[in-house]
Ligand binder design. Structure first.
Ligand code: ADP
Length: 469
């Protein structure tokens, strides 16, 4: 697998190389053109003024005698070469004294500048821009490497362009090197967190839910790292919760099953008589199992949003009164009185009466279970909203208040969780599975309502449910 950092750095380098190369090419093209133009203009002026001066000389002398000795005075640059041919094409002057006596055509000179005197063509002037000192010979276009083309770029000028190109190339290389280093640093900063995340995902996939990634950047990758860690925490919590629930369910199923098995074995072995007492024990434990499994089923249906509610407009006060009457005897057995405060003019609520009866039954059962003396009060009030308890529609609030043992503050945030018991041993001896309040919460939420509790240790608890009207 090719690493992302090399891909990014390579892409960056390619972009830099292309842009620096293109820039160098265009600058070079432009500079050479400008230079050629500049040189051509200079040479043109040079040729014209030299031709005018030679014309004057010819007019004065009437011939080209002595031109050879005077020619060097006309040179503007030691790198140039001046050649003068007379009207017949014979070279009469050469600033380096090489071609005198030869014809211009025979040494490859053509397109010279005509020298006129008194309106007559008296000769041709050739300016050869030449290089000095590096032994490369004459420069410029034209056959045989010699030419009178006045627009040729002379060596010094070519040197300048070469130097310019070299510095452009050096600058390009330095820029490319810097771009590569910066690119590598930058891509490392990007790929390091990505690698950490890839490793994190692998760890989680392998079941290491305790793995967290360490990404401290304050950018999108930092946010991704934070979200990843939050996800890992939630997965870990969910996994712990799952293990706890499985253990709790196994334990809660095993207890009554052990009792049933023990009793049946006792009867089979003749240790117990199959009398009412032992059959009652079996029946009691079977009911416990039935309740537990049906509670679990209700809870899982409600949690997955599959609980089917049979809604009907219901008089909640009437329902609460019936439930209070139903539990009155059980409460009395513990010396507790159930009081009600149920207004008669309440709006009907659209609820599944069987489910809300189940909810109220759980709350009253808990109240009786956790109250040793005093009373239980069931009340209803109508509210338009109650922001503190997320009631934002007109609702009825049904409350079950007891004067029991109360719940310590540290347990309050958890008591609506599945299998959460404040005091495990005691609650179990009294038959609590830790599912009652979780079912209450799910059922009420399925009705669009909310649940909350207020409690003080030693003073009692008040459980409230809201049901939108
Ligand atoms: P359980 O079936 O064990 O009663 P619940 O979900 O109904 O489970 O309740 C969870 C825990 O909340 C209980 O173990 C109990 O300690 C506490 N609790 C519930 N109702 C009351 C109450 N009215 N007074 C004091 N504690 C309560």
């Amino acid at each position: 697998m090719r690493s992302l950092s090399w891909k990014l750095a390579g892409a960056l380098l390619l972009i830099v190389a292309i842009s620096v190369g293109l820039m160098a090419y265009l600058i070079n093209l432009n500079t050479t053109r400008e230079f050629n133009q500049y040189v051509a203009q200079g040479n043109q002026k040079n040729i014209q003024s030299t031709s005018a001066a030679l014309s004057q000389l010819y007019s004065k002398e009437g011939n080209w005698d002595g031109i050879q000795s005077l020619l060097p005075d006309f040179l503007r640059s030691p790198n140039d070469r001046l050649v003068v041919a007379d009207a017949t094409g014979i070279i009469v002057g050469d600033s380096i004294n090489q071609w005198v006596g030869k014809t211009a055509g025979s040494v490859g000179l053509s397109n010279g500048t005509t020298i006129t005197a008194s309106g007559q063509d008296v000769g041709e002037l050739y300016l050869i821009t030449s290089q000095v000192g590096n032994g490369k010979g004459f420069m410029g276009g034209g056959k045989g490497g010699t030419s009178s083309t006045p627009t040729s770029v002379a060596t010094l000028e070519q040197d300048f362009i070469d130097r310019f190109n070299n510095s452009l190339l050096t600058t390009g290389l330095i820029v490319a090197a810097i771009a590569l280093i910066v690119g590598l640093i930058l891509t490392r900063q990007i790929t390091r967190p990505i690698k950490a995340l890839v490793n994190g995902v692998r760890q989680i996939a392998r079941g290491n839910l305790k793995h967290r990634v360490d990404i401290r950047s304050k950018d999108e990758l930092g946010n991704l790292g934070e979200s990843f860690n939050a996800m890992a925490v939630n997965l870990d919590k969910a996994e712990q919760e799952r293990k706890r629930i499985v253990a709790d369910i196994a334990h809660d199923l095993r207890t009554p099953l052990t009792v049933i098995e023990g009793t049946v074995t006792g009867i089979q072995d003749g240790v117990f008589q199959p009398d009412k007492e032992h059959l009652d024990t079996i029946k009691e434990q079977t009911s416990l199992l039935t309740r537990l499994t049906s509670d679990l089923r209700d809870l899982s249906l409600a949690e997955s949003g599959q609980l089917k509610l049979v809604l009907a407009p219901t008089d909640l006060a009437d329902l609460a009164q019936r439930k209070a009457n139903q539990f009155a005897v059980k409460a009395q057995e513990k010396g507790i009185k159930i009081n009600t405060n149920l207004p008669g003019n309440l709006s009907n609520v659209n609820i599944d009466p069987a489910r809300i009866e189940q909810v109220l039954g759980n709350l009253i059962t808990n109240a009786i279970r956790h109250t040793s003396s005093g009373s239980i009060k069931i009340s209803i009030q109508q509210v338009n909203s109650d922001a503190a308890h997320q009631v934002n529609k007109p609702s009825l609030i049904l409350s079950v208040a007891d004067t029991g043992e109360g719940i310590a503050e540290e347990h309050l945030p958890h008591i609506f969780e599945r299998f959460y018991r404040v005091e495990k041993s005691r609650a179990k001896s009294e038959g609590g599975s830790g599912l009652g309040l979780a079912i209450v919460k799910q059922m009420v939420q399925a009705h669009g309502g909310n649940v909350w509790v207020e409690s003080k240790i030693g003073k009692g608890s008040t459980f409230n449910i809201s049901l939108p009207t």
